[in-house]
Design a protein around this ligand. Structure first.
Ligand code: ACO
Length: 382
């Protein structure tokens, strides 16, 4: 191997493995989980079923769905030690930091934490996917100075999350919206956080370590943190009529507009299109805050597409319209990225389990540009 090797900055365009989980067509703006289009799944399915699909590679029959829901439900409660940790720290750190720490605490409560058989890893996946939702709900409660609400085993995943967050059973339309958001965020091939999971797991670190790595990577505003940042921008814009000047000024100052652009999509992100559709349907009859946010989002989107859509291939991504939709179901801004992690934990686990079937340590190269063979000079003589 020579130093003449091409450097793909940001690993752009580099394939590192094969996978049968997800297809992202960045030119056509299409997304498929295990062969099913995201439009089909978001219209007809729910998060539990999509999780089963991602983990098992096929849609469940009635019995399989029932058993899977039961196994998810059984894993929902949180250990006392973790609830105390959340109460103690939820107001001191960003919820993503609390979530990441809680995921890395899970081995303390799992007798098979270091059993790396495929069966144990599958059970751990269900544990992580199920418990992460409870962790985020508990963080939301603690940040609002409210006590932990234990899960209700009779409820589905999205419904139970809202119940644990708010302490009351949610309206069916809230559950539907959250289910769709979770489906849309569940998987996206080798995005930065999934790659982070696989890098950690490729060393044969355990599943909890790998998912903790994924949570760390997701936090950044260039990745999962963009949803919170996009909503903050909308609040900063304040009034719909301020939108164009705000965006023009930001672009003139070479700032990035959060919720736009994507490494793979050079057209409209199909997930953003679905979320935008929901936002449009929410506009009438809702709160003033929501109407204002929706109008700002629509005006920002129009301007960004005019300025950067065709010319630079910068279009809305999944994170742009998510904020106002979460606001419509009462999710606080700081929980957006943690909720993204709750959803993506199913894709992370599916990928890790698949990669381990044919594991190879991930270890790229860097081209060295420093000096060589320097003489060592004693500290007092430098
Ligand atoms: N606003 C304004 N300009 C942008 C934006 C944006 N959101 N995104 C990219 N650009 C511009 C860059 O400034 C750069 O311009 P230049 O060629 O004049 O220097 C050009 O487009 C290429 O941008 P890069 O950042 O190099 O492209 P990359 O493929 O690395 O970007 C990324 C992908 C990181 C997502 C980028 O578009 C971005 O930072 N977007 C904002 C953050 C965001 O929304 N992230 C969420 C992505 S979806 C997800 O992870 C779930």
């Amino acid at each position: 191997m020579t130093d003449e090797h091409v450097i793909n900055k940001g690993l752009e365009g580099v394939y590192f493995t094969e996978s049968a989980i997800c297809k992202v067509d960045g030119q056509a703006g299409r997304l498929y989980y295990r062969g099913y289009s995201i439009e089909e799944l978001s219209k007809n399915s729910n998060f539990s079923e999509v999780t089963f699909l991602l983990l098992h590679g096929k849609l469940p029959n009635n019995r399989e769905m029932l058993e899977f829901n039961q196994s998810m439900s059984k894993e929902r409660d949180l250990p006392e030690g973790m609830i105390s940790y959340i109460k103690e720290n939820a107001q001191k750190m960003h919820p993503m930091d609390v979530l990441r720490t809680c995921v890395s605490m899970l081995p303390a409560y799992d007798a098979e934490a270091y059993d790396s058989s495929p069966e144990a890893n599958f059970r751990k996946s269900v544990r992580i996917i199920s418990k992460s939702a409870s962790i985020v709900a508990a963080i939301g409660r603690a940040r609002a100075n409210k006590s932990y609400v234990a899960p209700d085993p009779s409820l589905g995943h999205a419904e139970n999350f809202l119940y644990m967050l708010n302490g009351e059973k949610p309206r069916p339309e809230m559950v539907k919206i959250l289910d769709i958001m979770l489906i849309l965020h569940a998987e996206h091939s080798s995005n930065a956080s999934t790659f982070g999971v696989i890098v950690a797991g490729s060393t044969l670190a355990d599943l909890y370590a790998a998912i903790t790595a994924g949570a760390a990577v997701l936090k950044g505003p260039l990745h999962g943190g963009a949803d919170e940042a996009a909503l903050s921008m909308m609040y900063n814009i304040g009034k719909p009529e301020n939108t164009e000047k705000y965006i023009e000024d930001a672009l003139a100052g070479r700032q990035k507009i959060m919720g736009f652009g994507h490494r793979v999509y050079k057209t409209y992100d199909p997930r953003a299109r679905i979320i935008k559709g929901y936002l449009e349907s929410l506009q009438t009859g809702n709160s003033e805050e929501l109407k204002t946010l929706s109008q700002i989002a629509m005006r920002a989107e129009k301007l960004m597409i005019e300025k950067l859509g065709a010319s630079k291939g910068i279009w809305p991504n999944i994170d742009f319209f998510s904020g106002p939709v979460y606001v419509s179901i009462g999710i606080p801004k700081e929980l957006f990225t943690p909720l993204f992690a709750v959803a993506r934990s199913s894709g992370w686990c599916a990928h890790m389990l698949e990669y381990w079937q044919n594991n190879r340590l991930l270890r790229p190269l860097e081209k060295y540009t420093g000096q060589l063979d320097l003489p060592y000079v004693e500290i007092g003589k430098r």
